[in-house]
Design a protein. Structure first.
Length: 297
C-alpha cells in the first residue's frame, strides 16, 4: 500500500474505537461480510447461535465442536445433524474448526484424527461448507528458538497443504488462521517469499489475527501482513477480538454496545479500499464474548 494511502488510513480512522453510526451512513451498505468464531458452544445451542448470527448479520461461522458433538456427527447422530441444519437454514456458511499447535511438531502421513472425523461426517451427510484450521505454531515455546523455528515452519506449511488436499477430496475449502509476525519470517526452503505467503498459498483462505482496536496500531502491527495477503490474492479475513481482560489496545470489549458494529464496519470498509484484493471482511473472535458485549447496556 502506498505511503499516502497508509497516512490516509491512519488519519481517517485514528479514532476507530469511537466511530459513530453517522460516520458510516454512506459506507454501511458497502460493508464487507462478517464472520464469527464460536468456541465452548455445544450443538444443543445451535438455535440461539443462529438467532444471534441472523440478528447481527453474520454470514459465516467458524464453529469449534466439542469432542462429543464431533463424534456424534461422525456417527450420524440425527440430533447433531439437525443442529447443523438449523445453522444452514439461517443462511450461515458453517466451517468447522480443528487444530492444535502441537500438530506441527512432527510430520505425518495423513490429516489428524479430528480433521478426518469432520471430513468423514461431511462425506456422509454433506453438512459443512469448509474446515477452519487454528494451529498457531507461534505459541509454542520452541518457536522462540531461531534454530528450531525453521523446522516447525516447514512442518506447519506441509501440514496445511496436507489437510487442504484431504479436504479438497471431499469438496471442502480450508481456511487457516495466521499471525502478523509470519510476515517477517522467511518461507521454508525453496518456497520463496515469507512464511505468511507460503502458508496462504497452502490453503484456500486465511484469517489474520491482527487484534488491534485502533487504526494506527493495526497498521503498524498488521500492515505488512495485509499487504502480503493482498499480493497472494486469495480470500482473507481480518480478525478483531471482543475478549474481556485482553491486553490494552487489542480488544473491542470496552466499547459501548452501540459503537461496536459501526467501528468494525468502518474498519472493513477502509481495509477493502486500501488492501483490496481478496479481502472478505471482519471475523469476530468470539461468539460468547461478543454476545456479552452486546447485552451490556
Amino acid at each position: 500500500m502506498a505511503q499516502m494511502d497508509r497516512a490516509r488510513f491512519i488519519g481517517t480512522t485514528a479514532g476507530l474505537v469511537f466511530a459513530s453510526a453517522g460516520r458510516l451512513s454512506a459506507a454501511a451498505g458497502a460493508s464487507a461480510n462478517r464472520s464469527l468464531w464460536v468456541w465452548r458452544t455445544p450443538l444443543a445451542e445451535a438455535s440461539d447461535l443462529a438467532a444471534f448470527a441472523r440478528q447481527y448479520r453474520f454470514g459465516t461461522v467458524f464453529l469449534s465442536l466439542q469432542a462429543a458433538d464431533r463424534d456424534a456427527l461422525e456417527a450420524g447422530n440425527e440430533t447433531g445433524l439437525q443442529a447443523l441444519r438449523v445453522l444452514k437454514d439461517a443462511n450461515l456458511a458453517v466451517h468447522c474448526v480443528a487444530g492444535d499447535p502441537s500438530w506441527v511438531k512432527r510430520s505425518r502421513p495423513q490429516a489428524p484424527e479430528s480433521v478426518r472425523k469432520l471430513l468423514d461426517a461431511h462425506a456422509a451427510h454433506g453438512i459443512l461448507d469448509g474446515i477452519a484450521l487454528d494451529l498457531e505454531p507461534h505459541t509454542l515455546p520452541e518457536w522462540k528458538d531461531d534454530d528450531e523455528r525453521p523446522a516447525l515452519a516447514r512442518t506447519y506449511v506441509e501440514l496445511l497443504a496436507l489437510i487442504r488436499s484431504a479436504a479438497a477430496a471431499r469438496g471442502l475449502p480450508v481456511l487457516a488462521t495466521v499471525h502478523p509476525t509470519y510476515a517477517k519470517y522467511p518461507a521454508p526452503a525453496g518456497d520463496g517469499g515469507t512464511l505468511l505467503q507460503s502458508a496462504a498459498r497452502s490453503v484456500d483462505a486465511t484469517d489474520l489475527m491482527a487484534y488491534r482496536n485502533a487504526a494506527a496500531t493495526l497498521e503498524s502491527f498488521g500492515g505488512a501482513a495485509m499487504t502480503q495477503l493482498a499480493e497472494v490474492a486469495k480470500p482473507w479475513w481480518l480478525g478483531v477480538s471482543t475478549h474481556a481482560n485482553s491486553p490494552a489496545g487489542t480488544s473491542y470489549a470496552t466499547l459501548p454496545r452501540a459503537n461496536f458494529f459501526p467501528a468494525v464496519d468502518a474498519t472493513s470498509v477502509d481495509i477493502a479500499k486500501l488492501y483490496g484484493s481478496g479481502f472478505q471482511g471482519i471475523s469476530v473472535e468470539d461468539y460468547r464474548n461478543t454476545k456479552a458485549l452486546l447485552t451490556i447496556s
